[in-house]
Structures are given as C-alpha cells and as structure tokens.
Design a protein around this ligand. Structure first.
Ligand SMILES: *Cc1c(COP(=O)(O)O)cnc(C)c1O
Length: 228
C-alpha cells in the first residue's frame, strides 16, 4: 500500500483546486478516514505527516485511540467520530474523541455535553445535514438546522464548529455541485447567527466538487488507504 504517495497526491490535488478557486490550501483540512483499516495503516499515514483521523464505529475507533495513547502519540493526533451515533454509545465517544461530526438531534448533543470529562477540552461538534433528503441517511433537514444549532451552543462542554454532509453519491460533477452549493448556503446563513469555522464535505469520489463549493474539511478514506 502506497499510503504516503496517496497522501501526497491528495495534498497536491487540494493545492491545485484551492489555487484555481483563489483559496488558501492550508485552510482546507484533510481527515484520513481509517475505518476498517488496521493501526499499521494509520501508523504509515502518521509517518507521512497525517494527524487527523476519522472513524465510523465506536468500538473500533476507541481501540485505535487507545493503541496510539499507549504509544504516547495521542497528544498530536486528532480523532473525529463520523459514523451514526446511538445514545447508548455517547459516553464512550465523549470520553475518547476530539470531534463528533454526526450530531443531528438535541438528545445526543445533551448527552455528549454531560458525559464529556471535565479534564478534556470541549468536544468539537458538527451538525450533520441530510442535504439530499435521503430516507436511509441521518442528518437534520435544513429547516431543523437553526433551532438545533441555537440549542447546541448553550451546552457547556461542546463547541459547535459547523456542518457536515454526505450527499447522495453522484458521478457527474455538475450534479455533485448542487448539494454542495446548497450546503455552502446553509453554512453561510448559519454563520450570520453563530460563529463557525468548519464545513465538512467531500470524500474520495467528490472531493473536487466539494472544495470548489467551499468545503474546508474533506474526509478521505479509500483514496488514501485503498478499497475497504
Ligand atoms: C467512509 C466515509 C468517508 C470516506 O469515504 P471514501 O469514499 O472512502 O473516501 C467519509 N465520510 C464518511 C462519513 C464516511 O463514512
């Protein structure tokens, strides 16, 4: 596996697109999605300079976090929970992760805030938006976004940083752009009410369209670690 080369390729691509859009490439953050990949693969990515990782499954993610903690590497690493989150798992997530990108209801947010240990910094939160309105996907509707955001900012142990979306998979870049442009509008609107700095959208197959639309956090799995 050429993890180091893949990372270099993605960084080059981000740089290239950012320049074309007149944006600062250093403001576009790359999250390496390591779900279903072993710690040895994550280690190769770390050696290549990658420090932020995304995990979808609570137990698997925590095992990896603990592995790197025991190697004393966790201070430098940043762990993003990016999978669906049930309320019986919030405590584990609040105790181990740095970010949760998939918050879509107040009940989950309240539990995360209550269960976040005081010894840790506030948990960084993104609200997930179901931008393509798919039955099978989690996320708030655009109408639900502002009311939820206004409640989340009251919670003491959370910091609301922005929005996340997983639009319906499309191969045509023009179709990809529709959902991403809508997300950018929602983000831009919400910023009139609340200070935010993160719009997480774009995966291996739609990263370019997401960045053109204004994403500043891309979550890339298979293009770094290979097929799952
Ligand atoms: C798996 C996953 C990714 C990465 O997907 P790739 O297509 O492998 O880049 C990004 N975001 C979320 C929420 C995921 O579940």
């Amino acid at each position: 596996m050429m993890i180091k080369d893949n990372l270099q390729c993605i960084h080059n691509e981000i740089m290239h697109i950012a320049r074309k859009c007149d944006r600062d490439p250093s403001k576009i953050k790359l999250i390496a999605v390591s779900k279903m990949k072993p710690c040895s693969a994550i280690e190769l990515a770390i050696q290549a300079g990658q420090l932020a990782f995304g995990e979808n499954y609570v137990q698997e993610g925590i095992e990896k976090i603990q592995y790197f903690r025991q190697l004393n590497m966790n201070l430098a690493l940043q762990w993003h929970f990016i999978g669906p989150l049930q309320s019986n798992k919030t405590k584990l997530v609040a105790e181990h992760f740095d970010w949760v990108q998939t918050v879509d209801r107040l009940k989950i947010a309240k539990r995360l805030s209550e269960q976040r240990p005081n010894t840790l910094l506030p948990l960084n939160i993104l609200i997930q938006v179901n931008i393509s309105n798919e039955q099978t996907k989690s996320g708030v509707t655009p109408d639900e976004l502002l009311p939820l955001a206004l409640e989340i900012i009251k919670l003491p142990n959370l910091t609301l940083r922005g929005l996340m979306a997983i639009p319906k998979a499309e191969t045509d870049p023009n179709l990809q752009r529709i959902a991403f442009d809508e997300m950018f509008k929602l983000y831009d609107n919400l910023q009139q009410h609340i200070k935010l700095d993160t719009l997480s959208m774009g995966m291996s197959d739609d990263m370019v369209s997401a960045i053109i639309a204004g994403s500043n956090m891309v979550r890339i799995g298979s293009a770094i670690f290979g097929k799952r």
